[in-house]
Ligand binder design. Sequence first.
Ligand code: GDP
Length: 444
Amino acid sequence: MFDNLSEKLDSVFKKLRGHGVLSEDNIKQTMREVRLALLEADVNFRVVKEFVATVRERAVGQEVLKSLNPAQQVIKVVRDELGRLMGEGEENSLDLAARPPVAIMLCGLQGAGKTTSCAKLALQLRRQKRNPLLVPADIYRPAAIDQLKTLGKQLDIAVFDSQPDRDPVLICEEAQRYAELNGYDTLILDTAGRLHIDEQLMAELVRIKDSLQPREILLVADAMTGQDAVNVAETFNAQLEISGVILTKLDGDARGGAALSIRAVTGKPIKLVGMGEKLDALEVFHPDRMAQRILGMGDVLSLIEKAEAAMDQEDAQRMEQQLRQDGFTLETFRDQMQTIKKMGNLESILKMIPGAGKAMKQMGNMQLPDKEMKKIEAIINSMTPRERRDQKILNGSRRLRIAKGSGTTVQDVNQLMKRFGEAQKMMKKLQKMGPKGMKNLMGR
Ligand code: GDP
């Protein structure tokens, strides 16, 4: 995510750190480079202009230039202002406090990810103990209704039985009555999209809005389309007065322009972000964490949340008990790997650790990912429980048996044992350091 922008800013700040004392000229030069980096990331030019002016003004302030570490202070100002640009400190959670059924209306252009986001949102709300009803109201795109019905089936979430020959406003009204009668507390309306904004579509959306009075009107916008997404948001907001944005496809190589401009241009916050095609890949948007990620400072909080979500309470307790009883064994190693797999792609996880994104680049194309993890798992699975607890008993003939059983080679088994030995040593060190040591390690 935003790799280019992160790299550019990183090299700008590296230069800045090279100066012990900073002059106004240093800051001017730095801000010129920041400006270019933002424009290249497709951030709206008016937003860039204002951003650069604010940072420059704060950065040449006496308390920054005279501070012990002025470069660090300038970076902090940039971090703060990036966060503010994306709405840090402002409320951006969904407002569903109303008499049920509460309606949430999703709108946007075709292909932005509206239907997928409806399903993702329904799943998220069900996890929050709500009882959502999905309502397909796109009668124009062939198969849009079926697509939502299929997604609902996959998630075991109810979908209103919309008929394509009905007026979309009537469909929504009927769904509302159906929800009332059947105890659904949240309606998620999947409205029609078009390739381009057109008046007829807007008129229909306004009619749905007037009739159902949705508590939330969320524009679904594709982050990959950069400034187009910002323009679309502006138009939808002007006509419908949206309450927020779901920015999708942030897992791709979007340049950052949409994420950094939408709130500043429309005044409406990004509330949720799509981080992948999978149905659990919808996350709450945290402007402060996003600013940290853009500046390569990692995002440890999101990492911890991801780990917590991937590991249920029981798993966590079992693992903790196992750690206490047997120490860090091959079994705990395998369980941890499974947790990491559930959290998603390894590379995206590593990027949340401060400094790790950069370190990964320096290491080149690191090949730990999925294939390697599968191999390790197969090897551990081919061991007996006793072997997993005490690798000292692994002599030549046992290693050969394990290699055969897992479809790998003795070298593979040896290599794993070596790696595991190193991991074990590190765990011991970490345990000795305690929580304070962990924090130092994370660089916080
Ligand atoms: P709609 O026309 O707006 O309803 O769009 P769809 O929900 O059909 O999505 C269009 C395509 O975008 C599908 O292939 C989705 O899987 C994909 N998509 C949606 N959200 C995301 C996301 O956050 N990340 C990625 N990588 N793909 C997404």
